[in-house]
Write a protein that binds this ligand. Structure first.
Ligand SMILES: NC(=O)c1ccc[n+]([C@@H]2O[C@H](COP(=O)([O-])OP(=O)(O)OC[C@H]3O[C@@H](n4cnc5c(N)ncnc54)[C@H](OP(=O)(O)O)[C@@H]3O)[C@@H](O)[C@H]2O)c1
Length: 288
């Protein structure tokens, strides 16, 4: 893997930038998008059983023709159907993906499982790592109380908690982030472009353009507000799981990896400005 990576608590490496097949591609054929993402340089693909398109993620991987070892593929556990085990669902996913293993298997949401069962679901996930069907294992959308439910009985500490993370939600996420840090669990971000895609009209609108201009001058090429948001994630050491339907945007996202870093002052300005409002697009139960 030549991309920028972060080392997980189990020693495996996760590429900082990931291409997702949910949101814009949810329930849709993702083959062409995935093939284009890989052809342009993405190595980290983020799928899920719930996205109902794992076959097309697999087809895109095959069509791209890259060595399996050069890719990092995630899928996520949906509700476990009656009469099935967690293992059954991953075996089905692997068939659809045309893979022997995933690099990362996540419990997609604590809300997908009956109250009081998270710990036993996590035990099943741990067994899949032991068997080699998933190299790394983790969770997604886990609040403090969800983490506290599984950690006391866990033999394996989750490697990752994939959560919504951007400047309009990071303050509300902080208690979870603090707990993750304590256990060396890496937060990864989805919805990172929220301030320019879903919550336009907020206080960052007047801050992002001037930072983009400064970075652009330093880089000697145009820099977008989206790239500034991704650089903010990078400054915090948080992987960015994004997506797009457009080839130009694939190139834009990948170019972020080699842009000059934000200054500490710029990060602070985005933190302070972002924390003036609160917006969450997904997993709204976090705010209940
Ligand atoms: N674990 C979970 O519960 C969970 C929840 C949500 C998402 N995810 C994962 O994270 C991935 C990414 O999620 P996300 O879509 O929220 O990521 P995001 O990075 O916040 O947003 C990506 C979207 O932004 C649009 N975009 C980018 N730059 C733009 C601009 N300058 N102006 C207007 N639109 C722009 C893209 O549309 P274009 O097609 O127009 O480029 C794309 O649809 C998903 O595919 C999924 O894999 C996981």
């Amino acid at each position: 893997m030549s991309a920028l990576t972060i080392t997980l608590n189990d020693g495996n490496k996760i590429p900082w930038l990931g291409f997702g097949t949910g949101t814009a591609l949810f329930g849709k054929d993702a083959e062409n998008a995935v093939q284009a993402a890989i052809a342009n340089g993405f190595v980290h693909l983020d799928g899920a059983q719930a996205y109902n398109n794992e076959e097309s993620l697999g087809a895109g991987i095959v069509a791209a023709g890259k060595a399996r070892s050069s890719l990092f593929v995630t899928t996520k556990l949906d509700k476990v159907p009656q009469g099935q085990t967690v293992r059954d669902t991953l075996v089905t996913s692997l068939k659809k993906l045309q893979l022997d293993y995933v690099d990362l298997f996540l419990i997609h949401s604590p809300k997908n499982h009956p109250a009081g069962t998270l710990s036993s679901v996590w035990k099943e996930v741990e067994a899949l790592q032991k068997e080699g069907l998933a190299k790394s294992i983790g969770v997604s959308n886990f609040r403090v109380q969800d983490l506290e439910e599984i950690l006391p009985n866990a033999s394996v500490i989750p490697a990752v908690n994939q959560i919504e993370y951007h400047p309009y939600v990071f303050k509300a996420d902080q208690p979870a982030i603090d707990l993750l840090k304590k256990h060396n669990i890496l937060p990864t971000s989805y919805g990172g472009l929220g301030p320019i895609v879903r919550f336009k009209g907020g206080p960052l609108d007047s801050v992002l353009p001037s930072i983009a201009k400064r970075v652009s001058k330093a880089a000697g090429k145009p820099v977008t507000e989206g790239q500034v948001l991704q650089l903010w994630l990078k400054a915090k050491g948080i992987p960015a799981i994004t997506t797009t339907s457009k080839e130009e945007r694939i190139k834009e996202y990948l170019a972020t990896e080699t842009l000059p870093a934000l200054t500490a002052d710029e990060v602070k300005t985005i933190d302070e400005t972002g924390s003036k409002v609160h917006h969450r697009a997904f997993a709204k139960f976090w705010d209940d």
